[in-house]
Structure formats: structure tokens, C-alpha cells
Design a protein around this ligand. Structure first.
Ligand code: NDP
Ligand code: MG
Length: 389
């Protein structure tokens, strides 16, 4: 039977790799819906190749032009409209904008192949109850969480026998650098990742270790493990994607080359496995696997995320929103790389302690945190002068 796939964020790094997996599946998956923000050229190619019945586009002019070209396709401005006809929804939108897709997929009792970690992090208390909807299921695409999902399956999923989770981190482009070195890093250096090729937001997040911090919160939300039992270990080769240690001391790990098509295929095929291998390890050439502790004093965003996670409620939403504002300001050359952590820290210090009981609460928390973060980033911009130098 053909599995109907909706793909939100189809023109991005995860989106394009999802379409590679679909192409390799030889008809096992059918793309019924696509969503993007504004990349008209690529979206046109994808619509021509996949003939989806529904396409959501944020940009009004792009949507109108494509609607005129493809009269049989139903066009929408609402990203959540992709969910309706699908068996499985891949959420590969970047940032908080992915929230409606996560919420709607679970509400409708469908499988969510989740790359968009920000929606789960910002809306954890609202997303959790929706996971109990009949048929609703989250299968993580984020490589570390997909690895944990596989390790927990291998361990028989007896949660009381789980002692701790080890999330691996490549360390990003600035691993081993001192605070002094980091004063001078520029946008193109932050966008050069040693092992993964990804969209700009997550690449900058990898350079600050905020990505790993957000992933700690993501792991807590997905697997219900306390923050004291989630560790981060730097593993520069990005081959061990994460590990679970059980109460008897045994550690189970998942290994593959850094190729996101493997976790994407896992999430699409679950509970089966895909028979086209992406990212298999060549054991004849693999020489070594290294592990070291993260430099938490220099890469402050990691501990900011643990702190926000422990506070819970709307604190992770505030951190994630502040970080989106800070990364955007960094990419635009308005603040320095070190100031990303400062914007995040200063915003979190003004967290108002609001609880999250509804999607509206999440939207309000996000808006409030963004407003505060923008104000903080502006003060940095005005006092900087040498940003990006
Ligand atoms: P990209 O920046 O490459 O792609 C983002 C996608 O989201 C694009 O298709 C973009 O459309 C679309 N988009 C942006 N805003 C909206 C919106 N408001 N409504 C609908 N679509 C929108 O990001 P990545 O693929 O790198 O990352 C996507 C998500 O996956 C992130 O949450 C990231 O953290 C996560 N992830 C990514 C990994 C990777 O290897 N890339 C690994 C693990 C997790 P357009 O092109 O038109 O702007
Ligand atoms: Mg990851």
C-alpha cells in the first residue's frame, strides 16, 4: 500500500532529502502535499515532479503565480492545510513557524516525522496531551533523537531500566576555540559545519551549542527522561548519533554516517525499516571514534537550555524565541556571535513565569519573548560598531 506523505518545509535541507528518500522508495510513498515559504523556482520543480493535491505557500505573490500555473492543485496560505490528506506528515519547517503542523498532525491522530524541534520545545506542555490522540505518534527525524528512539527499541523500551541518555554533539566549527578566538568569528565561519550540511539557522545553532541545548529539551519532551539523566558528549566524527545507558551499565548506541536520509527514511517507514541504505558505515575505512566533554563555560547556550528546561512551562518557548531573534540578528550582521548567548541569557532572565495551557498561550509567550529579545539585540547593535569584523 502506498503511504501518503505531506512535506512541510519541502524546499529546505531536510525537505529536499525527504524527496530523495521518496524517490528511492520506488512508489512506496506518494507526496500528496507540499509547503514552503517563498522558494518559487524549487517549489515549481517539486510540484511538477510530484503532482501534490495541496500546496501551502507563505508568500502571496508566489502563491498566486503558482496557482495560475497549476489549476488542479489546491493552494493555501496556511501551512497546516498540508496535513489533511496524509498518512504521515514530515515537519521540516524551520523555527517556531512549524508549530501549526505539529499541533494539527497530532490532533488529527497521524504520524508526525518531526525534524522541526522548535515546535516541540516551545509548546511541550501543549503538545504532550495531544500525543495521546488515537493514532497520533511522533517519530523523530532529528538524528540524535532518531538514534535514541532506535536504542530504546533495541533495549526493549522498559523505561525503568533506562539510566541515562547520552546525546552526541559534533562540537560544531568552533570546537576547541577560546572565548578570545570567538570574539572575531564571522557569519561565513559560523555557517561552515564540519560534518553536516544543513539550513543556516541550525548551522549557527550548532556553532553555539544551542542546537544541542535545544536537543536536550527535545529529548526530555520526547522520552520523558529527567534533565539530570540527559548528558551531552562531544563526538567530532558524527557517527555515533546518540546512546542509551541502562541501569546495569550497558550502553546501546546507533551508528551510521552523517546522512539525514537515514533518520528521514526511518521516520517514514516506521515501524518497518527501509531497504535502501543511506549512510551505512564502511567498517574497513572507519579508524576511530573520539569522545570529549563539551566546553560549557565557552559555549554558554548549552547550560542556558538546561536551565530553561528545568524551569519548564514557557521558559523553553522563551529561550527558543530569543534564540531565533538572536540568530537572525547575527546572520544579518547586527550582533556578534558571542552576543547570541547574551541575548538568550538576558531574555531568559526576564521570563515572566507564564504557564502554557493552550496554543494561544504558546503564541503569546513566543511573541513576548521575541519582543524582549529584539529590544536587547537592538541595544547591542547600537553599542557594537565592529560587528562581523
Ligand atoms: P532550511 O532553512 O534548509 O529549510 C527550511 C524550510 O522551511 C524551507 O522549506 C522553507 O521554505 C520553510 N519555511 C520557512 N518558514 C516557513 C513558514 N513560515 N511556513 C512554511 N514553511 C516555511 O532548514 P533545515 O531543513 O535545515 O531545518 C528544518 C528543521 O529541521 C529545523 O527545525 C531544524 O532544526 C531541523 N533539523 C534539520 C537538520 C538538517 O540536517 N538540516 C537536522 C536535524 C534537524 P523556503 O525555502 O521557501 O524559505
Ligand atoms: Mg540533531
Amino acid at each position: 500500500m502506498t503511504v501518503k506523505v505531506a512535506l512541510a518545509g519541502c524546499t529546505g535541507s531536510i525537505g529536499r532529502q525527504t524527496l530523495d528518500v521518496v524517490a528511492a522508495s520506488e512508489g512506496r510513498f506518494d507526496v500528496v502535499a507540499l509547503a514552503a515559504a517563498s522558494n518559487e523556482t524549487l517549489l515549481r520543480e517539486q510540484i511538477t515532479a510530484h503532482r501534490p493535491s495541496t500546496v501551502s505557500v507563505v508568500d502571496d505573490a508566489v502563491r498566486q503565480r503558482l496557482a495560475a500555473e497549476f489549476p488542479r492543485v489546491s493552494f493555501s496560505a496556511d501551512v497546516a492545510d498540508v496535513v489533511a490528506d496524509a498518512d504521515v506528515v514530515v515537519n521540516a519547517v524551520v523555527g517556531f513557524a512549524g508549530l501549526p503542523v505539529t499541533i494539527d498532525t497530532l490532533r488529527r491522530g497521524k504520524r508526525l516525522a518531526l525534524a522541526n524541534k522548535e515546535s516541540l520545545i516551545a509548546a511541550g506542555p501543549v503538545v504532550q496531551p495531544l500525543r495521546a490522540t488515537k493514532g497520533a505518534q511522533i517519530v523523530p527525524v532529528d538524528s540524535e533523537h532518531c538514534a535514541l528512539h532506535q536504542c530504546l527499541r533495541a533495549g526493549g523500551e522498559v523505561r525503568r531500566e533506562v539510566s541515562s541518555l547520552q546525546l552526541t554533539a559534533s562540537g560544531g566549527p568552533f570546537r576547541g576555540k577560546s572565548l578570545d578566538d570567538l570574539r572575531r568569528v564571522n557569519v561565513s565561519e559560523a555557517l561552515t559545519h564540519p560534518t553536516w550540511s544543513m539550513g543556516p539557522k541550525i548551522t549557527v545553532d550548532s556553532s553555539t551549542l544551542m542546537n544541542k541545548g535545544l536537543e536536550v529539551i527535545e529529548a526530555h519532551e520526547l522520552f520523558g527522561v529527567g534533565y539530570d539523566r540527559i548528558d551531552v558528549v562531544v563526538h567530532p566524527q558524527s557517527i555515533v548519533h546518540s546512546m542509551v545507558t541502562f541501569t546495569d551499565g550497558a550502553t546501546v548506541a546507533q551508528l551510521s554516517m552523517p546522512d539525514m536520509r537515514l533518520p528521514i527514511a526511518y521516520a517514514l517507514s516506521f515501524p518497518d525499516r527501509f531497504d535502501v541504505p543511506f549512510g551505512g558505515v564502511d567498517w574497513t575505512t572507519l579508524r576511530r571514534l573520539d569522545f570529549e566533554s563539551p566546553d560549557r563555560a565557552t559555549f554558554r547556550c548549552l547550560d542556558l537550555a538546561y536551565a530553561a528546561g528545568r524551569v519548564g512551562g514557557s521558559a523553553p518557548a522563551w529561550l527558543s524565541a530569543a534564540n531565533e531573534v538572536a540568530v537572525e540578528a547575527f546572520l544579518a550582521g547586527r550582533i556578534s556571535w558571542l552576543q547570541i548567548a547574551e541575548v538568550n541569557d538576558a531574555t531568559l532572565q526576564r521570563h515572566d513565569g507564564a504557564r502554557l495551557a493552550s496554543v494561544d498561550d504558546v503564541l503569546a509567550a513566543d511573541a513576548r519573548a521575541r519582543q524582549i529579545a529584539r529590544g536587547i539585540a537592538e541595544t547591542f547593535t547600537h553599542s557594537a560598531g565592529t560587528v562581523g569584523a
